[in-house]
Each structure stands twice: as structure tokens, then as C-alpha cells.
Design a protein. Structure first.
Length: 360
DNA sequence: TTCATTTGACCATC
DNA sequence: GATGGTCAAATGAA
């Protein structure tokens, strides 16, 4: 169907390519130095791309054998059937199998998790963190202790039909009601996604109604923000939009709208268990190197896969992050230099072996 | 009629 | 026991 490549695999490649393109652009701008904003946007793009790529690798791709506990083949199938047989409603009904239910619960916890915070700006008319190109179905709402606003729970509309286990939670911020914190869990495997593919699902419309009822300015924010920032990006940098458009096309199917252009903020979750790869990469891309000047309308934070790394990587957590961060920031005061160093270290080798065995 | 939302109940975790 | 997350019957909208 997809030439043998899964949705996530293609997305992974797109992300890596995108990141490389951004890096190239950035290198050019480092010499010509037009504007710090342009650099910021480029760095965001790079970081976002690698973040997502790593997420996919960490979660959806084949797991290293050093992670025996983690479900190997990605969440969408893992709670249901290892052999990929279609998930049946029997399972959904539970069949009263508590052991099975426990497995689901465990594996759901293994899903990658990241948070997208969207600020609503009534001035620019941007609204709505929900129209992210995917079809979501609300399955619950809960009052959260200490939170003024209830938390809404959404899952992919195609959960049953396409075995897509992506979910998200929408929580309105207490401190700033204009901010909606959207916590995504799991990646979409349904393929019915991407802003480039208008979602016919009525859930979006219904959802819009609902959210609009709560707040007059809520919907379409993400897409518009993304487009706005992308426009900025293009205008400010005079990017070869032909190229970018191509990249975008390849990029959209796995939409992290905000992440694609928003500022990325790596947060150190107390429970996060990053892999060594992430430790080094994310350490290099320390949050400390970001300019605090986040766009007013949107900022993005990422909680890296909380439970993916499992215990054997625990020792690399915060302490290591901090060490790496401090090392990098101490070696040079220029975050850009850090980035450049990191990229050089990573070495975007044109001959980089995209292990095709990785992509059957 | 179909599909999404609402909401109380249930379950798992801490 | 408290809390968060999910389920599923009831309800409503298109």
C-alpha cells in the first residue's frame, strides 16, 4: 500500500530530511546573519524535526534489544495483537480479561507523550488547538483536582477501524485561560491525517462547537499558527519555498502542527526515561539555549516519552541532561555554536546509512 | 439512521 | 482512599 513503508517510517525520513534542510539553511544564515528571529525559527525547525524523528524511533520503530520490557512493535498493535491481526471489538469489550486490560494499561503508559501548549490570541483571531488535522473523538471529560477547568480526553476517530491508538488530553490552563495544554499520547498510525488532508470527520466540527462554547476563540489556532509562522519563516528567510513545499508535503502526513514551526522546549520530566541517544541529542539541544522570546501566540513543549527508556536508562536522566547541558553551555556561550557543534558532531553524512532493514 | 458528545461509573495507580 | 483515565449507555445533532 505504502510501498512497504509504514506511515511512521516515512515520517521519520521526512523529519530527518527536514531537519537537515533546516540545518543547511541555518548554516547559511550563520554566515550571513540576517536576523536572530530567522535563526530561531530554523533552530526550532531542526529541533522539532529531530524530536519527532527520535520519538518515532524510540516508540514506533524497532526497539533495541536492550529494551526487553518495552513493547517492540509500537503501541497501536502491541496492546492488541502481536501478529498484527485486526483488533476486534471483543478486545474493546474487554472480555472480562483483567490481565489483558492490565497489559493495555501498561502499554499505554509506554506511549510517547508530549505536550503542546497553545495560546489563544483574540487579537490575531487565532484560535483552537484542536484542529490539528487529525480526527479526534472525545471520550471523556474529567474535573482535575486543583484545576479550574475540566480536562477533556480525545482519541483518534479511527481507533477501531484503523487501530490508531493516538490520544490527546486538552487542559485549559488555570493561570492563563488563553493557554490550552494539549498532551498527546502515541502517534497516529491511521494515516487519516495531516493538515493537507481536510478531515471530513464531523468530530472536528462538533468539537469546534463544543470548544467554542467554552471559549469564543479557540479553533483553528494551531493550523493558523503554523501557517503564520511558516509564512514568517518563508518571508523572513526567503527560503526556497519550492523545496520547502516539497518537504512540507512529505512532512504533513504526520502532523505535529505546532511542533513543526513552534518553539520547542525540552522539559526535564522527573519520570522521563530517555535513551542514551536522546540524552546526548537533547542535551545538546538544551532548553537553556533557547531564546526566551517565545512567540506570543504559540509555544511548544515536549515531554519526551516518559516511560520508554525503562529502568536501565534511568541513570541517564536529569543529572545527565544537566551535565550535558552545562557542558555544552560552558564550552561556549553561544547556543548557536552549540547547535553547530552538535550538528557537526552528529555529522549529517550524505551517505548516512538509512538502514533499509529498518524499513522493511 | 448514523455518529459524536455527555456523563456517571468503573478501574488502575499512587 | 483519592485521583486520573477510560468505558459505555444515554442523548443529541446532522
Amino acid at each position: 500500500m505504502d510501498g512497504g513503508w509504514s506511515f511512521e517510517q516515512k515520517t521519520l525520513i521526512s523529519e530527518l530530511i527536514q531537519g537537515m534542510e533546516f540545518a543547511k539553511e541555518l548554516r547559511g544564515h550563520l554566515t550571513s546573519a540576517p536576523s536572530t528571529e530567522a535563526r530561531d525559527v530554523l533552530m526550532q525547525g531542526i529541533l522539532s524535526s529531530y524530536e519527532k524523528a527520535l520519538l518515532i524511533l524510540q516508540w514506533g520503530g524497532p526497539m533495541p534489544q536492550s529494551q526487553p520490557v518495552v513493547a517492540v512493535s509500537g503501541i497501536p498493535e502491541s496492546p492488541l495483537s502481536v501478529n498484527g491481526s485486526p483488533r476486534s471489538d471483543e478486545f474493546e469489550k474487554g472480555i472480562g480479561d483483567h490481565q489483558q486490560n492490565r497489559d493495555i494499561s501498561k502499554k499505554r503508559k509506554l506511549m510517547p507523550k508530549w505536550t503542546d501548549q497553545v495560546r489563544i490570541s483574540s487579537e490575531n483571531g487565532l484560535e483552537g488547538p484542536h484542529d490539528d488535522g487529525y480526527s479526534w473523538r472525545k471520550y471523556g471529560q474529567k474535573d482535575i483536582l486543583g484545576a479550574t477547568y475540566p480536562r477533556s480526553y480525545y482519541r483518534c476517530t479511527y481507533r477501531n477501524t484503523q487501530n490508531c491508538w493516538a490520544t490527546k488530553q486538552v487542559q485549559r490552563s488555570d493561570e492563563d485561560p488563553t493557554v490550552f495544554e494539549i498532551t498527546y499520547r502515541g502517534t497516529h498510525t491511521c494515516g487519516n491525517s495531516g493538515p493537507s488532508v481536510p478531515s471530513p470527520a464531523s468530530s472536528e466540527k462538533q468539537e469546534q462547537k463544543q470548544i467554542n462554547h467554552q471559549s469564543n476563540h479557540h479553533q483553528h489556532l494551531q493550523q493558523q499558527q503554523s501557517q503564520e509562522m511558516l509564512s514568517k519563516f518563508r518571508a523572513g528567510l526567503r527560503v526556497d519555498t519550492n523545496n520547502l513545499d516539497n518537504n512540507e508535503k512529505a512532512y504533513h502526513p504526520f502532523s505535529f502542527p505546532s511542533a513543526s514551526v513552534g518553539l520547542l522546549q525540552i522539559e526535564h520530566c522527573s519520570s522521563s526515561t530517555l535513551t542514551n541517544v536522546n540524552s546526548s541529542l537533547f542535551g545538546s539541544f538544551s532548553s537553556t539555549f533557547f531564546s526566551p522570546s517565545t512567540p506570543e501566540s504559540c509555544y511548544f513543549s515536549m515531554h519526551q516519552a516518559n516511560d520508554l527508556g525503562q529502568a536501565h536508562n534511568m541513570q541517564h536522566l536529569e543529572s545527565d541532561h544537566n551535565e550535558i547541558i552545562s557542558t555544552n553551555t560552558s564550552s561556549t556561550n553561544s547556543p548557536i555554536m552549540d547547535l553547530e557543534f552538535s550538528l557537526d558532531q552528529v555529522g549529517i553524512d550524505p551517505n548516512f546509512p538509512f538502514d533499509t532493514s529498518f524499513f522493511p
